[in-house]
Design a protein around this ligand. Structure first.
Ligand code: ADP
Ligand code: MG
Length: 322
């Protein structure tokens, strides 16, 4: 039978594209949170693009248009934060069904404007087209860092500590709460808010970039189970993770206890937390003022077993059969 994308998987496809289109010398291309293009001015430009598709990333009755606008901007700024960069501008492309109400569109733009305004990032262009029935949103974000200072996924070093900037699993639990129609008490609302209105760790990313002992960095979009693997593969190292050190919010613990959900499975396999995952030396870790949690350490690449830690649950892949 002919192979399909379900066999190849999202990352198999990206790997194929990457092999066909290698980046020119001095440029970081496919494979990191952003592309990095050196500029003559002592800076480097950061570029990333992300798509949100109705039915895949969101359901029209699962998230308000305001929150969707907020989230579309937020997830893109998060990729600049992941490099330690400063977001400079976004471009917004919309494919929309003709029967979408003006109220919906205005609420979407209100949410987009609110998030962009908080980080002082202007919207400078985009594209608009009709879509037969589904809403599709694409945002491109531009950012910058001092030359050579963006944090890549490939920079982890053996004996580095592995850290995250905040609790994991809230967003996945928030989505589950929406999908199962959970009663919106204070805890459930906290989780739903984390899913609908993620806050990109922009200031935190830039602060971490100032610390030269902070090595590899990325944002957690697919779930740490698969996201950490990207750092391990890019850096050719392995990791030891202390699952009991993975930070879980009180809201997550309480809702999981009540519903019989597994909080660690949500924290490891659930995506869209948009916290930063980074590695750093032990000395550097003592100087970090940004809130963070040490969850493990980088080890020498082991070829005997699987290269990464044994999570038992993995993150999100767009095409893999589940
Ligand atoms: P993120 O979760 O940080 O947005 P992705 O997992 O979506 O990153 O993508 C991983 C890498 O693959 C990124 O460098 C991205 O630019 C690149 N990429 C993804 N899809 C494509 C594509 N269709 N063509 C070229 N590069 C792609
Ligand atoms: Mg990313």
């Amino acid at each position: 039978m002919e192979k399909t994308l379900a066999d190849l998987g999202e990352f198999g496809l990206i790997g194929q594209i990457r092999r066909r289109f290698p980046a020119p010398e001095g440029v970081t291309g496919i494979g990191d949170d952003c592309a990095v293009l050196p500029q003559k001015s002592g800076l480097e430009s950061l570029v990333s693009t992300d798509m949100l598709v109705e039915g895949t990333h969101f359901l029209r009755d699962g998230i308000s248009p305001y929150d969707l606008g907020w989230k579309s901007a937020a997830v893109n700024l998060s990729d600049i934060a992941a490099m330690g960069g400063k977001p400079m501008a976004t471009f917004l492309s919309l494919a929309l069904p003709a029967d979408l109400s003006e109220t919906w569109i205005n609420a979407f733009l209100d949410g987009y404007a609110e998030l962009s305004g908080r980080f002082d990032v202007p919207l400078l262009g985009g594209d608009t087209t009709a879509s037969p029935d589904r809403i599709c949103i694409n945002v491109t974000v531009l950012g910058e860092s001092p030359y050579g200072r963006s944090r890549l996924r490939s920079a982890a070093v053996v004996d580095d500590l592995i850290c995250v900037t905040g609790p994991l699993g809230d967003s996945a639990a928030g989505l589950k709460a929406i999908l199962t129609g959970l009663e919106r008490d204070a805890d459930a609302s906290t989780l739903i808010d984390r899913y609908c209105r993620p806050v990109p760790r922009v200031a935190e990313g830039q602060e971490l970039r100032l610390n030269l002992g902070v090595h590899a960095m990325m944002d957690i979009s697919d779930g740490i189970g698969s996201d950490l693997q990207h750092i391990l593969d890019a850096s050719e190292v392995s990791a030891q993770i202390d699952r009991s050190a993975i930070p879980l919010s009180l809201a997550l613990k309480r809702v999981c206890a009540r519903q019989g959900w597994d909080p660690l499975a949500l924290a490891i396999g659930g995506g869209e937390d948009y916290e930063l995952l980074f590695t750093c030396t032990r000395q550097a870790e003592m100087l970090i003022c940004v809130p963070h949690f040490v969850i493990g350490k980088i080890t020498k690449r082991s070829f005997s077993s699987s290269a990464g830690p044994d999570w038992q649950v993995s993150g999100f892949d767009h095409f893999k059969k589940r």
